[in-house]
Design a protein around this ligand. Sequence first.
Ligand SMILES: Cc1cc2nc3c(=O)[nH]c(=O)nc-3n(C[C@H](O)[C@H](O)[C@H](O)COP(=O)(O)OP(=O)(O)OC[C@H]3O[C@@H](n4cnc5c(N)ncnc54)[C@H](O)[C@@H]3O)c2cc1C
Length: 409
Amino acid sequence: MVDVLVIGAGPAGLSLVAALAEQGLAVQGLAPTPPAMPWSNTYGIWADELEDLGLTSFLSHRWKDCVVHVRGKTLPLHRDYGLLDRDRIQAHWLGQAEQGQVQWHQGKAMAIHRVGDLTQVTTETGTILSARLVIDATGHQSNLLQRSPHPQLAFQAAYGLVGRFSKPPIEPHQMVLMDYRDDHLSPEEQQTPPTFLYAMDLGDDLYFVEETSLAHHPAIAIATLEHRLYQRLHHRGVEVKEVHHIERCLFPMNLPLPDFSQPVVGFGGAASMVHPASGYMVGALLRRGPGLAQAVATSLKDSRLTSTQVAQTAWQALWPPARLRKHFLYLFGLENLMAFNAAQLNHFFEAFFQLETEAWSGFLADSLSLPELIQAMVGLFGRASNDVRWGLMRSVVDYGSLLGRSLLP
Ligand SMILES: Cc1cc2nc3c(=O)[nH]c(=O)nc-3n(C[C@H](O)[C@H](O)[C@H](O)COP(=O)(O)OP(=O)(O)OC[C@H]3O[C@@H](n4cnc5c(N)ncnc54)[C@H](O)[C@@H]3O)c2cc1C
């Protein structure tokens, strides 16, 4: 009997298959393409997030010189940033899976049914796979999990390219987390939703430059971001000479949490694990996957539990009450960010990145306790300019229910 069937073989699915195999469980993986098919997204992560897990050897690039530009100011971040070596970490997880009892199936899951105490997945070719527990890791567009619809989904959107340029688009050896300067835009354009440049020197005269909309409802069009990227480069006297790779990015930042009583569990984008105020998720996968796998293994061994109870234990392990409370606080943060105009956003990030490094990095990595998080936000309020404070207070009125869900017992 198969213990767990994981649907999807992106970073969430593959890392979890590996973690479940390490627990000695019999696992099946289902994905439309072979699990060794290379991933196309560029995954950035703070180096200390990997240090804590002993995984820094999986960085392909590491920058010490990391900065944020806001109007009139450059803020050094004093924190190393890196790019994941996608191929190596993928091979590492596939290797871990091979050491255990893992069987891969190629196909697309179309429907999930309960039959007795088992869960069955039907693929588009009619194949039926059964397991005691099914985990949906099909990403942000998952339609296999039940959740309430969101009337106003906010999307992160970006258009980026890896290429060579007539001159360095950013300082050599540097990583620019955010460049919110907008002097290349007309006064009218400066009134439209702000976007920023995310960029890095990849060495060998190659740079990655990406124009990004942190979050907006509706999503900012990719064509608009592409136009903005070229506008920004042109303003700096930089021409694109060669394009090696193009990245188009679009995913929801506030996908509603799944229904935790359903017998199917989620992981990754499908389980709304993207940090709502930053869009990052890979660190969360690495931190939360092993604990989820352990909880699944422990509860599957308990013969008194039905598979629905096993699923509920797994949901609890992934989304315990303390993490849920922080999630609502991040959602409140997201609403603030979307309500700010360009000037407020510049002032906000100026204050945010001048907090103690532990405070802003803990906010982004979700590694602070709720009291620490509140302390960081109070510190931010104290440090922020009046226009930002005013915006934050207005959000308390407009989005107080999110604050209530994080602060009230
Ligand atoms: C362009 C881009 C760049 C990003 N950059 C970063 C970053 O730098 N750092 C960061 O932390 N986060 C980043 N993110 C956010 C997030 O980490 C990624 O979206 C991540 O890929 C999500 O992982 P996932 O495994 O949940 O979903 P996906 O990577 O989307 O993988 C889903 C998997 O499920 C499969 N699948 C889908 N439907 C089915 C089905 N019905 N049946 C079977 N299989 C199915 C797919 O084929 C795929 O294998 C980025 C997102 C995007 C889109």
